[in-house]
Ligand binder design. Structure first.
Ligand code: ADP
Length: 160
């Protein structure tokens, strides 16, 4: 069985993330979507809320996907799941440097783990969780960028 781990902050999950997940499912039998915390960003949603939104958005794949929160070293999580693949999405060149150093560091720590990059779909090239939050905060319509549950949660969070 081919398994992979897709880590991210998912604050909140967007259609860009869902697209990467759906494409990863064509390559792997089982995907672990792992919600972590990025020390560079302060999250709008708690880990529990982020996991719940992902679970709801991905419920039709629940025999192939597991979503959970993990706050330790990603490579330990990958080993725990008996996997050796990390999936990351790439949007613009701006993602590249960060992802490049992250993948190289991962290789340094564990040479058996491979990072696989899936290129964004052009529609989602400029889509990020931060842009979605900013739009929602100012009352913009984010329906076409996020799963239904996220649209609902954003409305609840930013309702004046
Ligand atoms: P992180 O804080 O770990 O970067 P994110 O939730 O922002 O977490 O992103 C998780 C992964 O999904 C990253 O590899 C990111 O590049 C990718 N990603 C985010 N948005 C998109 C998108 N619109 N298209 C493709 N990949 C994306």
């Amino acid at each position: 069985m081919r398994t992979a781990v897709y880590p991210g902050t998912f604050d909140p999950v967007t259609n860009g993330h869902i697209d990467i997940i759906e494409r990863a499912l064509k390559l792997f039998d089982r995907l672990y979507v792992v919600v972590g915390d990025n020390p560079q960003k302060s999250a709008a949603f708690s880990p529990k809320e982020r996991v719940e939104m992902l679970k709801e958005a991905l419920k039709k794949y629940n025999n192939q996907i597991e979503v959970e929160h993990f706050d330790g070293l990603l490579l330990n999580y990958v080993k725990k799941k008996n996997s050796n693949v990390v999936i990351r999405g790439l949007r613009a060149i701006s993602d590249f440097e960060f992802e490049f150093s992250r993948a190289l560091m991962s290789k340094e720590l564990d040479k058996d783990v491979e990072t696989i990059f899936i290129m964004t779909k052009d529609d989602y090239m400029f889509l990020s969780s931060s842009i979605v939050k900013e739009l929602a905060m100012f009352g913009g319509d984010v329906k076409s960028f996020v799963p239904e549950i996220v649209d609902k949660k954003l409305k609840e969070k930013f309702r004046k």
